[in-house]
Design a protein around this ligand. Structure first.
Ligand code: HEC
Length: 320
């Protein structure tokens, strides 16, 4: 590997926040509120094995990504087409799933009140039959990732920023030990094949957790229209699940359309939970695992900027 490449990968790393107690307020959803909020449309597409390392090196837009240009600058509106290319195995996919459509459309709405942020996600499920049940427990999982520039890759690459080439079933995965999402800064160095298990030392990881150099994920895992679980956690050296979630989710299903409503305490003041505040820009990325899929075999969105009150963000929450 070239020295310059190593330097580029190494220099592509992160920075700070603060954390410390706990509140969660129970808010019931309110259809009349949602009805008045404008929906944002997203297309989630099948990413194949397009890892962060691939994006920084072999990908045609690599030079721009290394300089910090967001995927949206070049690919907004191309999601459907990209998904079709990748899902069929024409590019970056060693094990295509039979019959799987390349993309899926999703609607996003959000509002906040004094204590909570509320997000609504809605999509029509794709109807196809892959006959592959990778996840034995859940039919569908919808996941929202949120973070800011404290994980430097995130505003640039969204979910791709924590998807490395040596994660389970990615191109450099050796089949030895499962590896899920992680931040580049949690590793001593990142090579073309990813960061392996060369973690920075424990004190450094603890410092990153303290300063907020992580991403948070909110997941609704669906067994059936009447049964779901809510998972909450953060991504640093791996995906870490919170024992005490600060989110709640509500699920409904109507003629093939799923609606998930998530409520999250704005400022939980706890480790591994971002305090979401006004006058600050966040990034969100959304992933959908449908048809019992697992790991990388999902659909994902390009990153969107998100703010409670800055109308220049891609998505701005409504104040109630
Ligand atoms: C400066 C523009 C630019 C930026 C920024 C950029 N890309 Fe690309 N990307 C390209 C070009 C050009 C191609 C090649 C398209 C082709 O060959 O049809 C490409 C190809 C791809 C492909 C392969 C699919 C295909 O149809 O070839 C994926 C996946 C991809 N980009 C994802 C991303 C992601 C994720 C980001 C953000 C981290 C990103 N790109 C940022 C320009 C860019």
């Amino acid at each position: 590997m070239k020295k310059t490449l190593l330097l580029i990968l190494l220099s592509f790393i992160a920075f700070n926040t603060n954390a410390s107690t706990n509140t969660i307020t129970n808010t019931s959803s309110n259809a009349s509120i949602w009805d008045k909020i404008k929906a944002e449309d997203l297309v989630l597409f099948y990413p194949g094995q397009s890892s962060w390392e691939w994006l920084l090196t072999k990908h045609k837009g690599a030079k721009s990504v290394r300089k910090g240009t967001s995927c949206m600058e070049c690919h907004e509106g191309e999601e459907k087409e990209m998904g079709e290319t990748l899902v069929t195995g024409k590019k970056l996919e060693a094990n295509p799933i039979k019959n799987k459509p390349g993309s899926i459309s999703l609607k996003f709405k959000s509002y906040y009140d004094q204590e909570n942020l509320h997000v609504l996600l809605q999509w029509h499920e794709n109807v196809f039959n892959s006959h592959e049940k990778m996840d034995k427990d859940y039919k569908t999982k919808i996941t929202l990732m949120i973070g800011d520039e404290k994980v430097r890759e995130f505003p640039v690459g969204g979910c791709w920023g924590v998807c490395h080439d040596d994660a389970t079933n990615m191109r450099s995965f050796k089949g030895d030990k499962d590896r899920n999402l992680y931040t580049s800064k949690s590793r001593i160095k990142i090579k073309r094949t990813g960061g392996g298990d060369n973690f920075v030392d424990k004190d450094d990881l603890a410092g990153m957790l303290e300063k907020g150099n992580y991403l948070e994920y909110w997941q609704t895992a669906i067994k059936s229209p009447t049964e779901h679980k809510t998972h909450h956690g953060y991504i640093l050296e791996k995906r870490n699940k919170q024992k005490h979630p600060s989110i709640q989710s509500k699920l409904s299903y109507n003629h093939g359309m799923w609606t998930v409503e998530i409520s999250r305490a704005l400022t939980p003041n706890e480790q591994g939970k971002i305090n979401i505040k006004e006058d600050h820009l966040y990034t969100v990325g959304i992933a959908l695992h449908d048809d019992f899929s697992k790991g990388r075999f999902h659909y994902i969105s390009l990153p969107r900027s998100f703010s409670l009150n800055d109308s220049n963000a891609d998505f701005t929450a409504t104040k109630k």
